[in-house]
Design a protein around this ligand. Structure first.
Ligand SMILES: Cc1ncc(COP(=O)(O)O)c(C=O)c1O
Length: 446
């Protein structure tokens, strides 16, 4: 399928009717990208989404990093169809799940070859917390400002943004410390002269806040939800050192950064760090809800986590999940999607830096592979984020031109399918350029 192709106003009459019909029963709170677009989707292929009015859009969001392979990859469809005809329920070994685990273990950091599968990212992170408690026999956790790990009670306590506001006290024993977000340094320092003082600060947070029972530090190697924020390469090794000093585990939450998204199989590879536990999801299933964790034989044996039924769940690693993971990893390998993410990502980053020269509202651009963050600002000097209302207008203008992106937020995240073609990326950035010019002119920006 080719995009963009816009045949009606957006959203068109059929989308409006179907979205309106569903709205009578749909509880509020679905993803902004869906509610702001007002689209009802008919089908999708590669990096193109077609709505029920026949409009076609290029997709720079990829289900928020879920869609690694591109929509409706023929081999993915074939493998899942075969599995659905064979067996769909239960935790018994299947050939595809065995194949998936072998393939995942071939790509995880060395030694992290024991894998358990789950259904959602939050569930996998919760399992990692239980594993860390089981292994260390301790119970406190450190996480980072800006970090996101899910919306269950445990993960909500670890996240460092406003998502948890209104939900009452966090779990006892959870502590937060600033992340190395150098564009907006929480310590108001400048890299590299800061000597990554934030790591030293984290050390003090552990010392002064915990009761000496730190089980794990959990971090995203690149923060996704916060805006695809890339820390300096020394940051993750320094965090690992703090974990070691405290006999605690390092959990690398690779829900977003895993499976090639950053141009390497796992985000921690950029910092040359071997975590003790890696949590994974999103691109692992490329649309099927499968997540998981990987750790060592020694750590995963720890009880009660490693007891019979100690780490399992009803759907984790069921035959369909095993098949989806097998299909995703096989296709990422065969279609050389890690390499495409690295090459196309680098090209997009340089094109976005060109756009930054021409559009005053682009304050900062950074990324790794196809995980790119663009900071939209009112004023480059103060770095004050662009008003949400202006961002939503940019989003709507892009939509009208056939582009779906996450530009409704001033921490604009660009993360298309790993299979996106260069021509599609070029068209997408062309639309953004046009819309930034239009909105910039109206708002008095350059
Ligand atoms: C790094 C990270 N961890 C965990 C999660 C939670 O995943 P889920 O929404 O599947 O529960 C997310 C979701 O965006 C994430 O980005």
């Amino acid at each position: 399928m080719k995009a963009p192709r816009i045949a009606t106003e957006v959203p068109g009459p059929r989308s409006r009717a179907l979205v309106g019909e569903e709205a009578r029963n749909l509880a509020p709170g679905i993803q902004s990208i869906s509610s702001l677009s007002g689209l009802a989707v008919a089908r999708a292929e590669g990096s193109v989404i077609e709505d029920v009015d026949g409009n076609r859009f290029l997709d720079l969001a990829a289900g928020i990093c879920v869609n690694a392979l591109g929509h409706a990859h023929p081999r993915y469809r074939q493998i899942l169809k075969e599995q659905i005809d064979e067996v769909t329920v239960g935790s018994f070994t299947t050939a595809r799940r065995a194949g998936a685990l072998k393939k995942i273990a071939a790509h995880t950091p060395e030694g992290l070859d024991r894998i358990q599968l789950y259904s959602s990212g939050a569930e996998a992170v919760e399992a990692a917390l239980r594993l860390a408690k089981s292994f260390t026999k301790k119970y406190e956790f450190l996480s980072f400002w800006g970090g996101f790990h899910g919306k269950t009670a445990g993960t909500l306590s670890l996240i460092g943004d406003g998502t948890k506001v209104g939900f009452g006290p966090s779990l006892p024993g959870t502590y937060l410390t600033p992340y190395a977000d150098c564009y907006r340094c929480p310590l108001k320092l400048s890299y590299p002269s800061c000597g990554i003082e934030c790591a030293q600060f984290a050390r003090q947070v552990v010392k002064n806040n915990t009761t000496g029972a730190l089980a794990a530090i959990i971090m995203e190697p690149i923060q996704g939800t916060a805006g695809n924020i890339v820390p300096p390469p020394e940051f993750m090794p320094a965090v690992k050192e703090i974990a070691r000093e405290n006999d605690a585990l390092l959990i690398s939450d690779e829900m977003i950064t895993g499976f090639g998204r950053t141009g390497r199989w796992f985000g921690c590879e950029h910092a040359d760090v071997k975590p003790d536990v890696v949590t994974m999801g999103k691109g692992l299933g490329s649309g099927f809800p499968v997540s998981g964790l990987a750790s060592t034989e020694t750590i995963t044996k720890a009880t009660p986590w490693g007891n019979p039924s100690g780490s399992s769940s009803s759907y984790g690693g069921n035959p369909m999940a095993g098949a989806a993971a097998y299909a995703s990893v096989t296709i990422i390998e065969e279609d050389k999607l890690v390499e495409n993410a690295a090459g196309l990502g680098e090209w997009m980053l340089s094109r976005l830096r060109d756009l930054q020269e021409r559009h005053e509202m682009i304050g900062h651009v950074d990324g790794k592979g196809l995980l790119i963050g663009v900071e939209l600002v009112k004023d480059r000097r103060t770095k004050e984020p662009l008003d949400k209302k202006v961002c939503v207008r940019i989003f709507q203008e892009c939509l009208k031109r056939g582009l779906i992106s996450m530009v409704y937020n001033p921490h604009f995240r660009i993360n298309p399918a790993l299979s996106m073609a260069r021509e599609e990326a070029e068209t997408s950035l062309g639309i953004l350029d046009e819309v930034f010019t239009l909105v910039g002119r109206d708002g008095g920006w350059r």
